[in-house]
Design a protein around this ligand. Structure first.
Ligand code: NAP
Length: 127
């Protein structure tokens, strides 16, 4: 399948699986929007991708914030006309025993892994 010039938004692109996925997609000719909170990492990755002949745009984003998600999606659509693919990867996985009752961690997981994922999806695929 030819995926060159598709436009992908990768959330959680500042490290780990998201950064690796963004690199791989860019190497295949996909235009990548790099979304996460750590701007310095996104800028470094965008520079790396562009240096390798790819196309990338850094989009400082907090997926738990609707306005921030909307801004990222809007910026990518304004720059490249559309979003074809969402890699809805931003997330956390703090591990703790249920009896430790770390409700703040649980709430953060819900905010990022559930609310953040659904907001990103909604904003990327609105028509
Ligand atoms: N690695 C594994 O073995 C494994 C196993 C099962 C599931 N997963 C899931 O796969 C995904 C990626 O895992 P990983 O190992 O690559 O983790 P990681 O290196 O910790 O990356 C997590 C990414 O999510 C971003 N993120 C966190 N909170 C965010 C927020 N509020 N807004 C925007 N971005 C946010 C982080 O960027 P910033 O901090 O810059 O915002 C980072 O880029 C996660 O959803 C994880 O739960 C991983």
């Amino acid at each position: 399948m030819d995926i060159r010039n598709k436009v992908a938004l990768v959330t959680g692109a500042s490290s780990g699986i998201g950064a690796a996925t963004a690199r791989k997609l860019a190497a295949e000719g996909v235009i990548v929007g790099l979304a996460a909170r750590r701007r310095d990492r996104l800028d470094a990755l965008a520079t790396e991708i562009e240096g390798n002949g790819g196309s990338a745009i850094a989009l400082e984003t907090d997926v738990t914030d609707m306005a921030s998600c909307k801004k990222a999606a809007d910026t990518l659509i304004t720059a490249h006309g559309r979003i074809d693919v969402l890699v809805n990867n931003a997330g956390l996985m703090p591990l703790s025993d249920i009896d430790s009752f770390k409700t703040d961690e649980w709430q953060r997981m819900v905010d990022v892994n559930i609310t953040g994922c659904s907001m990103s999806r909604r904003l990327c695929y609105r028509r």
